[in-house]
Write a new protein. Structure first.
Length: 414
């Protein structure tokens, strides 16, 4: 018997009281069998979606055409989906139609991998029709039924296989891997947005070494064409760096493109082009390119160098740049130690109250106006003063800065 949240139990009990079946299904069952706490709880039922909506006060018809209703139980949203069969797929992604069924077995047959095709009844019974538990024990990703058919139906499943391999540190079963290699070209029918979701999820896992599946199966040509010229050594080099880094999206993406050019600017340009093609959000693209442009750092870094770096990328990306540089120049525990030392050094600078940004200066633009400085000259003087106190932190005093501002004007600062 597993510990199931009260909210989940209540939904299942309500449906069962109405005379229908309801089970926990898919990923949550896989996680429970691995002694992991599920992040989401999915429920499958023999009841129709319109019936489910009648039995609960707060519901959202999330995907009612496909049988899914979100039941709001307290603060927990629970997806409740009617058992279903799927008709022929279109564009190797979506079924043309679904048919609701009353049989759990028919519903489980349509799922992607054996480890995701199990159900759990509140009586304590695990419904495992395809050997999912055995595959979990062996650490295997295996398609339900004929792998080629599963990938013909939905080509995105091939990238999902890579993601699960990276997430769980599992191997791809031989026939499933062979089918991925055969059907890799079908990935061209999948939207870039969906590809990006699976890729970034796989990238930000504890076992990124399984990303080697991308070139080995040929999937890389359809999701990361920028790396088609990479050989196995190039991929392994990138993966070795990824394994030493925190599983954070901006950092992992930047690391992937760290060798995409001969200069930081070329790396950033390659990343920008590829990530735009994948239709990632502008914020992520901006962060990745900013980090790549500033990836060259020296250490032990002078305090002034760290201040300039923080200004260039922003404090929120400072540590990301430090990680990127460290993984290129150090190995093993040295990588983390280097970053921790540099981050501690920067925090010490901040604790001393030294100026890093314009707002840290002991005077403002208004102060400069009061001494006759105006227009765009105000910004020029402020930036020059900030650069001065970057090297001379003790001079960040209003009287001294006004004196220096006057000297700068006399020297003809434009």
């Amino acid at each position: 018997m597993f510990q199931i949240p009260q909210e989940v139990q209540k939904v299942i009990h309500t449906i069962e009281q109405a005379g229908f079946e309801a089970v926990v299904v898919g990923g949550p069952v896989r996680d429970l069998l691995r002694a992991q706490t599920p992040h989401d709880w999915d429920i499958a039922t023999s009841a129709r979606p319109e019936q489910v909506m009648k039995w609960f006060h707060k519901t959202i018809p999330t995907g009612i055409r496909h049988g899914t209703v979100t039941v709001l139980m307290g603060n927990m949203p629970l997806e409740v989906t009617t058992y279903r069969q799927e008709a022929a797929y279109q564009n190797h992604r979506q079924p043309t139609s679904v048919a609701f069924v009353s049989n759990l077995e028919e519903d489980l047959k349509r799922r992607d991998f054996t480890i995701n095709a199990m159900a759990y009844r509140m009586s304590g019974a695990v419904v495992d029709l395809f050997g999912g538990q055995a595959d979990l024990e062996r650490g295997i990703i295996r398609a339900v039924g004929d792998a080629r058919e599963r990938f013909e139906e939905d080509a995105l499943r091939m990238l999902r296989a890579v993601r699960f391999a990276c997430k769980l540190d599992f191997a791809i079963e031989q026939q499933t891997a062979a089918a991925m290699q055969e059907k890799a070209p079908l990935l061209q029918y999948i939207s870039k947005e969906r590809i990006a979701v699976e890729l970034t999820a796989a990238l930000c896992t504890a076992a990124p070494q399984h990303l080697l599946l991308l070139p080995q199966t040929g999937l890389a040509a359809y999701c990361l064409p920028e790396f088609v010229s990479w050989n196995e050594a190039d991929w392994k080099n990138a993966i070795e760096r990824l394994q030493q880094l925190p599983a954070e999206k901006t950092l992992r993406l930047a690391t992937l493109f760290q060798k995409a050019g001969e200069t930081p600017a070329q790396c950033a340009a390659a990343a920008k082009k590829a990530l735009k093609s994948l239709k990632l959000d502008n914020h992520t693209i901006s962060n990745v390119t900013a980090v790549l442009i500033q990836q060259i750092v020296s250490f032990p870094a002078a305090d002034a160098a760290l201040k300039r770096l923080a200004r260039a990328v922003g404090e929120e990306l400072l540590e990301t740049v430090l990680w990127l540089h460290a993984v290129e120049n150090y190995d093993g525990q040295q990588v983390r130690q280097w970053v921790e030392d540099a981050a501690w050094q920067y925090q010490t600078i901040k604790q001393r109250g030294e100026a890093v940004f314009l707002q840290d200066l002991a005077l403002s633009g208004e102060d400069l106006k009061n001494v006759g400085i105006s227009g765009k000259e105000i910004g020029e003087v402020l930036r020059a003063l900030l650069e001065w106190v970057t090297e001379h932190p003790n001079d960040n005093q209003k009287v001294l800065l006004l004196k220096r501002a006057n000297s700068l004007r006399k020297a003809g600062l434009k």
